[in-house]
Ligand binder design. Structure first.
Ligand SMILES: [Fe+2]
Length: 180
């Protein structure tokens, strides 16, 4: 289950209900998918063929279509990152810049772990959302954030999009942002 760390106070929020309540209060969608739906041979696999990516999309087809129907997503895919990814360090450096998008950023974690760093309401400031398999999150459009990996440096996630222009990252310069 996801866990929250509020950067200004180091306060941690744990437990599915508490996490959902906190995130909803910040305008961030949080849901959970049943990880047992994923075929066993894909649960710890971070280098994926196109066929395996399709297998993941099939396994979660009902969840994807439900989410897309409710929120207007038109297209989806699977991404994987691990030490086997060429130029992973360079990629992460690029990721680790606060930015915004013109549509919300949805990620459903299929395997591994990741962190979204999100700018919350003024009284909260930046907070980390540590995600693991089954966690589904959506950062609202225009909300400053970035994404990075955790110590194990491996993740597989489903991404959903409304339209290709929404994928573009717009840098967000923020004097209030302090790196961990
Ligand atoms: Fe983003």
């Amino acid at each position: 289950m996801a866990e929250i760390r509020i950067r200004n106070t180091n306060e941690r929020i744990t437990g599915e209900e508490n996490v959902r309540e906190f995130l909803n209060g910040q305008g961030v969608l949080y849901e959970h998918w049943d990880t047992s739906k994923l075929p066993e041979h894909l649960r710890e696999k971070f280098v994926l063929s196109d066929e395996e990516k399709n297998e993941i999309l099939q396994a979660y087809d009902a969840e994807i279509r439900d989410l897309a129907g409710r929120r207007g997503y038109q297209t989806w895919d699977v991404i994987s990152l691990s030490d086997a990814t060429p130029n992973l360090d360079e990629l992460l450096k690029k990721f680790e810049q606060v930015h915004t998008h013109t549509e919300d950023e949805v990620r459903a974690i299929v395997a591994g772990k990741g962190i979204f760093i999100i700018k919350g309401k003024p009284e909260v400031g930046y907070f980390d959302v540590e995600l693991e398999a089954g966690d589904v999150i959506s950062v609202p459009e225009g909300n400053p954030h970035y994404f990075t990996l955790m110590e194990n440096r491996q993740i597989v996630a489903v991404r959903l999009f409304i339209e290709p222009a929404g994928w573009v990252a717009h840098p967000y310069e923020d004097p209030e942002f302090q790196k961990a």
